[in-house]
Design a protein around this ligand. Structure first.
Ligand code: FAD
Length: 303
């Protein structure tokens, strides 16, 4: 047996560290001023895939769409036990909203053979939790969201427990399936020293190119290209060239990518500033709570 797992991972700014100096005047976040990290719930998705392949065997491919710097989380995934890693990078992906992002990811995943696609529940920057469900729709596979535990895998189907906020639900599905995994699902393992030694020099072609350009500021385009081809060939021989795909390779329709493929329009960004200056005590009894709820309904805070 064995299960072919594809894990979608995203590099995100560490939004826990947002403080005054990383906010732009227009209310947007200056991403460059924050350290880039592995989206936390994507680590839980990777860990779930690792636990599946530890138990049943199989193969794990991690996929991310992002700039050259996102190669770091692909390497990190190899350190933790993933078998294969793919960077989707292309300038024409820029300004993609969740619809375009999930379309591009679906084109890439369709090129892979899979039984289980795993996503994090939500990314800590975009925060929409839309990409997983949209991706399942575009792949035409069932989805189980908010997965906290895998109950059973029997070769043809899966039973998973999802957290629905005020309780739990066990859902059965046929394979292939897409899961979105919550932060409570497991404790992600750390990188293995042996795998770090093996993959520490693994690079994507775009990283190779950036380094060669830095080291040869006066070289022309043709010379740079030759150096890149040579270095990538060396890495490939050693099994250290991380795959890199562009929109042409995944066969994406450009009308569905980037700005043109993104119907979301951000009309206004608002900083929410809490104006209440003092706290109020509510009597810890039925009447105190009923009065507070009545007041919140009156001022339309709750419906
Ligand atoms: P969620 O839906 O919360 O993520 C859920 C899960 O989906 C993740 O845990 C992960 O498993 C998977 N996932 C999400 N994104 C990726 C990814 N990139 N690769 C692999 N797996 C993934 N972002 C930019 O970086 N550059 C831009 O130019 C840009 N322009 C935008 C323009 C508009 C109008 C809008 C609305 C958004 C833009 N974004 C841009 C943000 C981008 O659309 C989102 O970051 C992206 O669609 C993912 O959405 P999310 O962060 O809400 O992820």
């Amino acid at each position: 047996m064995g299960y072919k797992c594809v894990v979608l991972i995203k590099q995100v700014p560490d939004t826990k560290r947002i403080a005054g100096e990383v906010m732009n005047d227009d209310g947007t976040v200056n991403r460059a001023a924050l350290p880039a990290i592995f989206n936390p719930e994507d680590l839980n998705a990777l860990e779930m895939a690792l636990q599946i392949t530890d138990k049943y065997g199989g193969h794990i491919t991690v996929v991310t769409m992002g700039p050259a710097a996102a190669s770091a989380i692909l390497r990190d995934s190899l350190f933790r036990g993933a078998d294969d890693a793919i960077l989707i990078t292309d300038r024409r992906c820029a300004a993609s909203d969740t619809l375009a992002t999930s379309y591009i990811l679906s084109c890439a995943v369709k090129k892979l053979d899979y039984d289980i696609v795993l996503c994090g529940r939500q990314a800590i920057d975009g925060d929409t939790a839309q990409v997983g469900p949209q991706l399942a729709e575009k792949l035409g596979v069932p989805q189980i969201t908010y997965v906290e535990e895998l109950i059973e895998l029997d070769g043809k189907g899966i039973t998973a427990q999802r957290n629905i906020g005020n309780g739990w639900q066990q859902v059965k599905s046929a394979l292939p399936v897409l899961l979105t995994v919550t932060g409570d699902a497991n404790e992600p393992r750390v990188a293995a020293a042996r795998k770090m030694m093996k993959y520490k020099k693994a690079r994507t072609p775009i990283e190779v190119e950036e380094k060669i350009k830095d080291e040869n500021p006066d070289a022309n385009k043709k010379d740079i290209q030759e150096l890149v081809t040579h270095k990538c060939g060396e890495l490939e021989e050693k099994g250290l060239l991380i795959k890199q795909w562009d929109l042409d390779f995944v066969g994406a329709d450009l009308n569905w990518c980037g700005m043109g493929g993104s119907p979301t329009k951000v009309r206004r960004i608002q900083s929410v500033i809490l104006t209440a200056k003092e706290s109020r005590d509510v009597e810890p009894n039925e009447k105190g709570i009923a009065d507070m709820i009545h007041e919140l309904i009156e001022d339309k805070t709750i419906a």
